[in-house]
Design a protein around this ligand. Structure first.
Ligand code: SAM
Length: 213
C-alpha cells in the first residue's frame, strides 16, 4: 500500500458513502479478491465528472462496473458511459448493479478487447478511463488519443503499481509496461499529465490543443 493505512482509514471514515449499491460492490470485490479502484478513487472520478461537466465517457476495462457506476452517478441524465470489458460474466454483473442503482439508461456495454474496439470507434469522448491489463498499457495509448477530445481527461489506474515503479530492483513483470506508459504520458506533446499517489497511483492527463494546430 502506497498511502499509509491510517491515512486511508481516516479518508474513508470522513467520506460518506455515495450509494448503497457501491458498498455492495465493494463487499463483492473483497469476497472475490477482484481489483476495483475503491471508494477514494471512485470519489475522485465522481469529482472529475462533476467538475468537468462531463457528458460522454469511455471506460476500457470496466470489470463488474464499480468505477463506471461512480461516474454514472455523477453524470447528468443525458450523459452516457460506454464500458468495454472482455469478460461476459463481469458485464452481466455490471448490468444488474447498474439496474439496481437506477443507472442502466446511461450505460452501453461492449464485450470485446478494448484495443480492437478502439480501432473501430469514431467520435470523441470527454473522459476516458484506462484500467485494462497492464501489459497492454503502452499499446492502447495511441488508440485512446484520437478518441479523447481536446480538453478531455484521461484517467489511468495503477500507475505506481504498489510502489514497484520506483524500485530499481523490481522483478515484477508488469513494471516495464507501466513505466513505458508513464514515460509516454509525460512525453506526448498532446498530453499534460500528473500522477496522484492515491491508492495504487492514478494518472490524470488532459489533452491539449497543440500550438501549431
Ligand atoms: C482492474 S479490473 C477493472 C476494475 C474497474 N475499472 C473498477 O475499478 O471497478 C480490469 C478489467 O479489465 C478487463 N480487461 C483487461 N484487459 C482488457 C482488454 N484488453 N479489453 C477489455 N477488457 C479488459 C478485465 O477482464 C477486468 O475485468
Amino acid at each position: 500500500m502506497i498511502v499509509h493505512p491510517a491515512i486511508v482509514k481516516y479518508l474513508q471514515e470522513i467520506s460518506e458513502p455515495v450509494h448503497p449499491v457501491l458498498q455492495e460492490m465493494e463487499a463483492l470485490a473483497t469476497e472475490k479478491s477482484f481489483p476495483i479502484m475503491g471508494p477514494l478513487v471512485g470519489r475522485l472520478l465522481y469529482f472529475l465528472v462533476e467538475f468537468g461537466h462531463i457528458h460522454h465517457i469511455l471506460e476500457c476495462g470496466s470489470g463488474f462496473g464499480y468505477s463506471a457506476l461512480w461516474m454514472a452517478l455523477a453524470l447528468p441524465e443525458n450523459g452516457n458511459i460506454t464500458c468495454i470489458e472482455s469478460d461476459p460474466q463481469n458485464i452481466e454483473l455490471a448490468k444488474s448493479f447498474f439496474e439496481q442503482a437506477g443507472q442502466l439508461h446511461k450505460v452501453t456495454f461492449i464485450e470485446n478487447d478494448a484495443l480492437a474496439v478502439l480501432k473501430s470507434l469514431s467520435g470523441t469522448y470527454d473522459m476516458i478511463v484506462n484500467d485494462i491489463h497492464k501489459e497492454q498499457y503502452p499499446d492502447i495509448l495511441p488508440l485512446i488519443l484520437p478518441r479523447l477530445r481536446v480538453g478531455g481527461i484521461l484517467v489511468t489506474d495503477n500507475l505506481l503499481w504498489k510502489g514497484e515503479v520506483a524500485n530499481p530492483n523490481s522483478t515484477d513483470s508488469k513494471v516495464p509496461f507501466i513505466k513505458k506508459y508513464n514515460s509516454l504520458l509525460f512525453n506526448t506533446p498532446e498530453l499534460f499529465s500528473t500522477i496522484l499517489p492515491l491508492r495504487d497511483g492514478v494518472g490524470l492527463s488532459i489533452k491539449l490543443q497543440l500550438k501549431s494546430e
